[in-house]
Write a protein that binds this ligand. Sequence first.
Ligand code: SF4
Length: 490
Amino acid sequence: MSSLKETITCDACPVLCRIRPDRTGACDRYGNVNGVLTRTDPIVVAQKTVDDKGKMVPFLARDWDGQLLAEAPKFLTGIGTGTTYPDYKPAPFIVSSEHEGVDMVTVVSEAIFSYCGVKVKIDTDRFVGPEQSAVRCKGEQIGHVTTAEYGSQMLALGGVRHLTGGSKEEGVATCDMLLALCNREAVDLKVDDGAKLTIQAGKAPVINDVQEERMRVGCGSATIGMFAKQWLGHADEVIVVDDHITGVLTEHQAGRFLDIPLAGIRVRGYKSTAGRYFRVAKPGTGWGGTDVQDPLVIIKSIDPKVARPGLRLFMVSTTGEDAEYFVLDDDLKPTPAPMPEPLKKVVERIGENCEPALTTVLYMAGAGGSLRAGVTENPVKLTRSVRDALTRVTCGGAPVYVWPGGGITFMVDVTRMPDNSFGYVPTPALVSPIEFTLRLDDYRDLGGHMDSVTKLEEVVTKPGVRVTEWYRKNPWPWSIPSRTQPTEED
Ligand code: SF4
């Protein structure tokens, strides 16, 4: 038995810190309390004080003071529970509870993930940097720009190569960045040959010190399709400037359907199909995610056989943030003119139809050896059970998407997890909560650690437990998994 004054060894990760009395180890997650290795953060229990229909759980005629309510449904999250390292021991908590007349079990732990990172979606058309460019934090490469999606730029950050495959500085910068992003803090990044970024999960991105407000309504072609009818009679030509597809109304199918005659104004770039042009300008932070500040620079020619003096030309970006109105003079030169009210209204409507620009952070990790062995003596059975949808995987109670194929590789939206769900160890790696929920008899069948099953109520009523409100948008993990499996035909 260890004495109060004895230095103890923490075996919760490969660092094996020697911890003196009343001190904590390198990650601050474990301490020496009276000679006993102790997890320093409280275990987090999420309880439902509001049911699925939005009704408050009755509180026995008293106000809720943030404490545990005997009447409220509860879920034990992995936050603060500790890890299964080094592999052979059951998960820290395996709790059972009856739901809808069925005995269920949740296997709860924190997992150390070396194979982990985040996929970041930044709702903007503005150029953040060339695809594959290095993304840096504190000067170290911690990820790269990856394939853009519709209306959004994408970053792939972290991952095992940056965490453990480079220099110590690179690993530390990567781990710090991941920890901050996953705990929903703001992080400053710089893209090689690209923008300076400040990103935070659930918040608007800041690109080169300018806060982004709107996500584009669609590409230039889609914008033409959406608003062509509302421009009819108020402009003779509309050009929607966009880094992906710039739309030209009179050439576009929408213009042809409305019998709008050609205007003879030709834009630069490569014609894809009627009224749809690629690469009218370079990517940038100007109109529609291009480097254009003056929209007239994208006009290549004006055909005197088709165009005429007095022709009304309207140019707008895909967010409506930039818009200008011109009238062709006697030399067929576009001359700025006051924008008619009906066009101003459509500009406002484009803005109204743009969704707010947000930063989305999806944490992605692979559940490996120690974690699965903490659930069952036959780890591959857990993988199969997850694949068969008999076992539900959650992170701090938040639903995850499990990738098809081998292993348990999952993604989770960090904004659906409780505050400060993530920790780290200096190997370096991230520590995140994970829970596996299934029927108790299915757990027995997959070789679960039945001797370690305890009652949920015994754990959640322990002193020092932190109670948090259940995030209502998350599905309730205790709902009973169906045993009906999809067939090949499905
Ligand atoms: S880094 Fe943390 S988890 Fe790892 S041995 Fe030290 S105190 Fe324990």
